[in-house]
Design a binder for this molecule. Structure first.
Ligand SMILES: [Zn+2]
Length: 198
């Protein structure tokens, strides 16, 4: 997880929003707070908490800034891709663990796992994807959520992540209008509604 500033275009962020809504739709996850661990398992990720690793291995992971919250390695098993996702359940509270899993889902579904190196930009996009997956702006706008605290409660995300995301959502509302939804968001909300009715 990188924390550097990086230039990412609006189109790339929009692509992340679409990808997140596609993943939720494809796997039929329409309830929030999102059951993100279950979603990851459905995608084929094997979730391995740091607390199950030998102490020396845990310590060496914590010393690497990019691995202190989690990472994924892909391998072939009987001709199929298997994803081992390690996540820090020792130093991170539940909302942070959920964010890590959501972030790693991006690396898996977009094939980042097969790249040799991930760029700072790949990491920034995965962070944005994670927010869009855990807390879709479509839901925020439809339900009129209007404070970081409401985000925290509704989506089980960290306060820090909620504050950051709140600003982005308010900016978007200022630009496009309080209740404006993109077509792909309206389609997603329709699916959420249908899922609630069945
Ligand atoms: Zn990452």
């Amino acid at each position: 997880m990188a924390r550097m500033m990086v230039e990412v275009s609006k189109e790339q962020y929009d692509k992340m929003t679409c990808l997140a809504l596609d993943v939720l739709s494809d796997y039929g996850f329409f309830h929030f707070p999102l059951a993100v661990f279950a979603l990851a398992k459905n995608i084929g990720m094997k979730l391995i908490p740091y607390s199950t690793l030998p102490f020396e291995q845990y310590m060496s992971l914590c010393q690497k800034q990019s691995l202190d919250s989690g990472f994924t390695v892909s391998r072939l098993e009987n001709g199929y891709n298997v994803y081992d996702t390690y996540y820090n359940d020792i130093d991170m509270q539940e909302p942070r663990q959920r964010f890590t899993i959501a972030h790693e889902i991006k690396h898996v579904v977009s094939g980042d796992c097969h790249k040799k190196f991930l760029t700072v930009k790949d990491e920034a996009l995965a962070d944005f994807f994670a927010k869009s997956l855990l807390a879709p702006q479509a839901i925020i706008i439809q339900e009129g959520l209007s404070s970081p605290d409401e985000y925290v409660k509704r989506f089980l995300i960290s306060k820090q992540s909620a504050e950051f995301y709140y600003l982005a959502t308010e900016k978007r509302k200022y630009k496009f209008g309080e209740t404006f939804l993109f077509d792909y968001e309206r389609e997603f909300l329709e699916k959420v509604k249908n899922a609630d009715n069945t």
